[in-house]
Design a binder for this molecule. Structure first.
Ligand code: ARG
Length: 588
């Protein structure tokens, strides 16, 4: 099924051609003056240059040919040369009826599906999730769903941070506390226990205290670095500890992510890429890309067009240790080998942009990826508190994700309880679902690269551009549909009638845009475009709802048709919020 804007453009192309002009000028876009028209074409302005005529003359000739169109009406040539138009009402309702028949609501699947890896989440093992990881999880999950819905093969990878000094720190601290454990005995040759020698609560306490001590105690830090080195060299006992740390952490992380409606296809981490490093480094040396500079192994990646300094990409430090960059490069090698992606998207804090510029260039230069493989960095801004500074707890510490979510839930619960009487259990359940919409929509409705202010009060409000407002709208539709069904109605096969009033047409036009919006959101990896769309759609629905008594529609067929229209609105809204990563409750 074609997009409505494409159908209108084709009409316009016929007219341009008929009047003797190149059809490349016929592109039609949504009007930016909705008070004047619904769609517009600005091509006459450009055509004027080629054909040496005034734009308005061209616009008038084209307009004349659209007088009998079945698709558009009210076509007007306006000075200096715009063509303004409206969609034919009958055509519009027919289009919506076709959307009803189509389980993708007119949004066609990608013709050439690509394999796309989305690298998001990026939590660090043994460290608690903090709000910095929240954005990556929320945005990455939405992008994953959007690209998958477009018909591509999408693989979401959490890419755990499981290979740094934090591992050595944990091992060192554990050794201090429980030196008798077999993991520390170099002569131990038996099997290691299946059970981990710590719980998640202990693990979360061990890391911060080790980290603190390493900052005050040089010798301790040395030990931790040594432990990290030995772990990376494959020391058996430490490898076994790493497994325990990973198991315990991943179980806990999965629970946390499930609460956020975030799900990964792969639970790989930095440590999985390590086996690929030696061969990769050898290849870089052999092919002459990597050279030694001040003891370190580096690859030059400067480009002439650079406006800012791009330092060489460091592959190995002078002591032979690998770096964050090395791991990300080796991960590319691993991903190419295992999944052959056409595209890899990294959803990471925008402050890491330079790191990724280096990684992408180096990977391309050294031929680690296919020629056609596309790397994209989707860098996001900081989530700030009301004071405009990065979000902190009241005592100034790094805000943990759980606390932040429970703050939102508390506020949501208060609002839900005020709305109508219900049991505590029900209120709790609803608060959880609606609270998640508040957090996610609050984040996703901003362009990802921008910083934003986390405002519990505003995000949880049921009015304005918020998640709860969208959910209220869906719940309102559900309740109308339920009343209709309870009265014995069945509108599944009903036909949406031609609009009767302006707010009904405005609603129909919004619905018909679904395919274009999805396509654009996928192209630009931009969940905020979906937010803007459903906010407009919800507004259009609510306006229609206030002006029209839907269940009171006199004529039975028209009533059924309007109910069918509501079903379509609901389907569009529910599809969209699913792509954003949250859902609507039955009642609120
Ligand atoms: N673990 C990293 C951090 O907390 C994020 C990882 C991002 N992904 C990547 N491939 N480097 O900063």
């Amino acid at each position: 099924m074609k997009k409505l804007s494409d159908i209108i453009t084709e009409e316009m192309q016929k007219a341009f051609k008929g009047a003797g002009y190149d059809e490349k000028y016929a592109r039609v876009t949504l009007s930016n003056r909705p008070d004047l028209c619904e769609y517009q074409c600005n091509g006459a302005m450009a055509a004027a240059k080629e054909y040496h005529k005034t734009p308005v003359m061209i616009a008038e000739e084209v307009t004349a040919l659209l007088a009998d169109s079945q698709v558009v009406e009210d076509v007007q040539a306006v000075k200096p040369g715009f063509i303004n138009l409206k969609v034919n009402g009958k055509y519009l309702s027919d289009y919506l009826n076709r959307m009803c028949e189509d389980d993708r609501m007119g949004y066609e699947k990608a013709e050439n599906p690509r394999t796309v890896i989305i690298d998001y989440g990026g939590p660090n093992v043994a460290k608690p999730l903090h709000v910095g990881h929240l954005r990556s999880a929320i945005i990455g999950e939405s992008v994953k769903r959007i690209v998958r819905f477009a018909g591509h093969k999408v693989i979401g990878d959490v890419h755990l941070g499981d290979w740094g000094l934090q591992m050595g720190l944990i091992i060192t601290e554990l050794k201090e506390r429980k030196p008798k454990l077999p993991y520390f005995d170099e002569n131990y040759e038996g099997e290691y226990p299946k059970e981990a020698p710590f719980t998640i609560a202990e693990l979360e306490e061990i890391y911060p205290s080790a980290s603190k001590r390493s900052k005050e105690d040089e010798a301790y830090k040395e030990q931790a670095m040594q432990a990290t080195f030995e772990l990376q060299q494959g020391r058996r006992g430490y490898q076994a500890l790493l497994k325990h740390i990973l198991n315990i952490s991943v179980t806990d992380l999965k629970k946390n992510y499930a609460d956020l409606n975030v799900e990964f296809d792969l639970w790989k981490g930095e440590s999985d890429a390590q086996p690929y490093i030696p061969d990769m480094v050898q290849k870089m040396r052999d092919e002459g890309f990597a050279y030694t500079s001040e003891g370190a192994l580096v690859v030059d990646i400067k480009e002439e067009s650079d406006t800012k300094e791009v330092p060489p990409c460091m592959i190995l430090k002078s002591d032979g240790a690998s770096l964050y960059t090395t791991t990300d490069l080796a991960t590319i090698v691993e991903r190419m080998k295992l999944y052959h992606p056409d595209e890899i998207v990294y959803v990471v804090d925008k402050r890491q942009e330079m790191h990724f510029i280096q990684v992408f260039r180096c990977a391309k230069k050294c031929g680690l990826a296919d020629e056609h493989t596309v790397f994209k960095f989707l860098g996001f801004g900081t989530m700030n508190g009301k004071d405009g500074k990065p979000f902190k707890t009241r005592d100034g510490g790094v805000m943990r994700l759980e606390y932040l979510l429970s703050d939102i839930n508390e506020e949501m619960l208060k609002k839900i309880r005020e709305s109508r009487p219900m049991s505590e259990d029900e209120a709790g359940e609803i608060a959880k679902v609606v609270g998640l919409s508040a957090v996610k929509y609050g984040d996703l409705s901003n362009q990802a690269s921008k910083d934003y202010i986390f405002d519990v009060e505003r995000f949880t409000s049921s009015e304005g551009n918020t998640g709860p407002y969208i959910l209220y709208t869906i719940v309102r539709i559900k309740s109308i549909l339920k009343k209709y069904e309870e009265a014995g109605g069945d509108a599944k096969a009903a036909l949406i009638p031609t609009f009767e009033n302006e707010s009904e047409k405005a609603l129909m036009l919004e619905i018909a845009r679904f395919g274009s919006v999805m396509e654009n959101a996928c192209e630009e990896l931009a969940p905020h475009k979906i937010c803007a769309y459903i906010y407009g759609l919800a507004n259009a629905f609510n306006k229609f709802y206030h002006e029209t008594s839907i269940l009171g529609t006199e004529e039975e067929a028209q009533k059924g048709g309007r109910i069918r229209l509501l079903m379509l609105v609901k389907q569009v809204l529910e599809t969209c919020i699913d792509l954003l990563g949250f859902e609507a409750p039955e009642r609120m």
